[in-house]
Design a protein around this ligand. Structure first.
Ligand SMILES: NC(=O)c1ccc[n+]([C@@H]2O[C@H](COP(=O)([O-])OP(=O)(O)OC[C@H]3O[C@@H](n4cnc5c(N)ncnc54)[C@H](O)[C@@H]3O)[C@@H](O)[C@H]2O)c1
Length: 248
């Protein structure tokens, strides 16, 4: 139903998990995708898998989004290859969990620098081209933890709440130019990020989900496709919660 024919997208953290599913879904919908990951190997593998199904749809890039100058260089390279960009998905993210009493400044900075500042760096690299394109989109992958907080995840919750604040501010700044900015707040999704949780924790989480199971990466990719589509043109500054009803 939703198509992205002739659209060009950049997806960070696209080497695996939710980001890879978003990149693949966008390619399936007709977009060309810059598959950005921290490691060259993951980016290349994800792009290869996409190109096997949709030839020529993906190009791989490696960058650490927390590094401003490197992201600026990536921006130049992507624009040299793609010409313009219509959709930016800030999905790269990490956790460094621990109770705040024991949390190191390093763990605080690592999470904030990737999850929040990384989105700012990507915005700086692509804002000009996005503002020039008709009906462009920024989609930030936040988390329900940014809405409700979580013991042991103060750094992560702060980064995702910050990303939601950034989303709403950008939505207001760019609305006059037809560029929409929205966030998706996934609940618990099966991926490498949640694979580290013990079975006991997973069972406890599942008990709190009205729909009864953890989400899949495709559940999040479907929401991203909708927000990226022409049909979502009148939606901006919103947080789309995709969590099986956990937070309502
Ligand atoms: N899995 C969940 O339950 C869940 C829930 C809510 C939100 N999220 C968010 O969804 C996003 C994707 O998570 P996932 O579950 O696919 O996890 P994942 O760990 O499988 O994937 C995260 C991706 O981000 C990349 N990344 C991390 N730091 C980076 C950096 N500095 N520069 C560039 N890339 C970097 C990783 O290499 C990886 O490809 C994250 O922002 C995460 O916070 C996940």
């Amino acid at each position: 139903m939703f198509t992205l024919t002739d659209k060009k997208a950049v997806v960070t953290g696209a080497g695996r998990g939710i980001g890879q599913a978003i990149a693949l879904t966008f390619a399936k919908a007709g977009a060309k995708v810059a598959v950005v990951s921290r490691t060259e190997a993951n980016a290349a593998k994800a792009a290869r898998e996409i190109n096997a199904l949709y030839p020529g749809a993906a190009i791989a890039y490696a960058v650490d989004v927390s590094q401003g100058p490197a992201v600026a260089e990536l921006g130049k390279q992507v624009l040299a290859d793609f010409g313009t960009i219509d959709i930016l998905v800030n999905n790269a993210g990490l956790t460094r969990d621990g109770l705040t009493l024991r949390m190191s400044e390093e763990d605080w900075d690592a999470v904030l620098d990737t999850n929040l500042k990384g989105a700012f760096h990507m915005l700086k690299a692509f804002q000009r081209t996005l503002l020039k394109q008709k009906g462009a989109r920024i989609i930030n992958i936040a988390s329900v933890i940014g809405l409700i907080g979580n013991a042991g995840q103060a750094n992560y919750a702060a980064s995702k709440a910050g990303l939601i604040g950034l989303t709403k501010s950008l939505a207001r700044e760019f609305a006059g130019r037809g560029l929409t900015v929205n966030a998706i707040a996934p609940g618990f999704v099966t991926s490498d990020m949640t694979d580290v949780l013990s079975d006991e924790v997973k069972t406890a989480i599942q008990a709190k989900i009205p729909l009864g199971s953890m989400g899949t990466v495709d559940d999040i990719a479907a929401a991203a496709l909708f927000l990226a589509s022409a049909e979502a043109r009148y939606i901006t500054g919103q947080v789309l919660v995709v969590d099986g009803g956990m937070v309502m």
